[in-house]
Design a protein around this ligand. Structure first.
Ligand code: SF4
Length: 272
């Protein structure tokens, strides 16, 4: 009996009506959910029970992204255990509070316990959890030099650079074009400081997602015939304090947080 590892193989046997009776909006989404173990084939009323049972036995379930992140967090937690927090605190630019590391991210404290758990008043998700643990483990304590470089010049960034520009810089540019006041208000709320304008930008703001990993956000407003531009630059020292993947996750997490906040606060409840 051959194994099924691809959602297209499941999709091929579905009725393809996209009727939604399985609780998922389309047959393709249903096939993907089945492969990730989030749905059972029996939920589709168009599949014969015997065929569904036979097919189920051939499916090799794919791990979800959430599972991958959870596994990464557990691995990183094991590396945090055993670190001497009193030595780590100055290296990280963190404070020692009741035996925990209090690390300031965008003006809010996130505490890492000696077992690698994260505690904060803010909403926790893998976009912050994974980078914070990487920061605790990898940060060499290099002070930022004020030498701003594009993300793709950092060590190990090449494979992530397209993702960084498409999923971080471009969405932030679009948000700033449509909700400029709100985006700048949010940036200030999260501790952004205006700095000397960089590269002819109309706005240059410095934010601190991690104490020793600053981001410089440059935004050029649109003007007659020219589209707006936005880039996020990193201090050259960033490569010694964290890895490229975590910078990506952090930036993505910040943009996603802004999207959610703008959705909640925009007049019509729409992003665009
Ligand atoms: S119930 Fe079956 S046919 Fe309808 S959308 Fe779901 S998978 Fe497709």
């Amino acid at each position: 009996m051959s194994e099924i590892k691809n959602p297209l193989e499941i999709y091929a046997v579905l009725a393809k009506t996209n009727c939604g009776q399985c609780g998922v909006p389309s047959c393709m989404a249903f096939a993907a959910a089945v492969l990730q173990g989030q749905q059972k084939l029996a939920a589709c009323p168009y599949l014969e029970p015997a065929a569904a049972k036979q097919l189920s036995q051939r499916i090799v379930q794919r791990r979800s992204l959430e599972d991958d992140h959870q596994q990464a967090i557990e691995q990183l937690q094991r590396e945090v255990v055993g670190l001497d927090f009193s030595l780590a605190a100055p290296r990280l630019g963190a404070r020692l509070v009741d035996g925990n590391l209090a690390i300031n991210c965008l003006g809010k404290d996130f505490c890492i316990t000696p077992s690698g758990e994260m505690v904060s008043d803010c909403h926790l998700n893998h976009w912050i959890y994974v980078p914070l643990l990487h920061y605790v483990i990898l940060c060499k304590g290099k002070e930022p030099q004020g030498e701003w470089v594009p993300y793709n010049t950092l060590p190990g960034a090449a494979e992530w650079s397209q993702y960084f520009s498409h999923r971080c810089e471009e969405p932030l540019r679009q948000l700033a074009d449509v909700h400029r006041d709100l985006v700048f208000e949010l940036l200030h709320l999260f501790g952004a400081k205006p700095v000397a304008l960089s590269g002819g930008a109309d706005h240059s703001l410095l934010i601190l997602p991690l104490p020793k990993v600053p981001f410089l956000i440059n935004y050029w407003e649109p003007e007659e015939g020219f589209a707006s531009q936005l880039n996020i630059l990193l201090d050259r020292s960033a490569g010694e304090n964290i890895n490229a993947q975590s910078i990506n996750l952090l930036a993505r997490g910040i943009i996603e947080m802004f999207r959610q906040l703008i959705l909640r606060h925009s007049h019509d409840g729409k992003l665009f």
